[in-house]
Write a protein that binds this ligand. Structure first.
Ligand code: FMN
Length: 131
């Protein structure tokens, strides 16, 4: 099972519609057996993708060509014995969420993740909170 973790930045001119990205991703990823987690504050994206090698590559190739974001940096690309994110999930802090509720939800999503993946998400979340 291949697992990729990347970070990217929303294109300055892009009108980011997170719900639209989520709908597209759910539809395609289900079809292709790709699972993962997408975190965004609508300025940065941090995403894990996992599944069969070719399926993950196909999704990543599409994502790389997407003009809604730029500066895509793959933080790791590795083989995992089993999925760490069994269900496709997307997390963002909605207008009605308080920071603690949001963080609690992220902690749940990350429960089965390896410490590196968890640490990366937690680092970004902490940076966001400190900003
Ligand atoms: C931050 C970000 C994450 C994305 N994640 C996924 C994804 O996990 N799966 C996916 O199929 N498309 C994802 N997309 C959308 C793709 O870039 C692309 O627009 C989409 O796959 C095209 O699908 P369609 O041909 O079915 O419309 C993402 C886009 C952005 C900006």
């Amino acid at each position: 099972m291949r697992q990729i973790l990347y970070i990217s930045t929303a294109a300055p001119s892009a009108d980011i519609d997170v719900a639209a990205i989520l709908a597209q991703s759910m539809r395609n990823n289900r079809r292709e057996g790709v699972t993962g987690l997408l975190w965004t504050d609508e300025r940065r994206f941090l995403q894990v993708l996992e599944g069969q090698d070719a399926a993950v590559q196909g999704v990543l190739d599409r994502i790389r060509r997407d003009p809604r974001h730029r500066a895509i940096v793959v933080l790791h690309d590795r083989t995992v014995a089993a999925r760490e994110f069994g269900a496709w999930e997307m997390s963002r802090r909605g207008p009605n969420d308080d920071a603690d509720a949001f963080d609690a939800r992220m902690t749940q999503h990350l429960a089965a993740a390896s410490s590196t993946v968890r640490g990366t998400f937690e680092g970004l979340i902490a940076a966001r909170r400190a900003a």
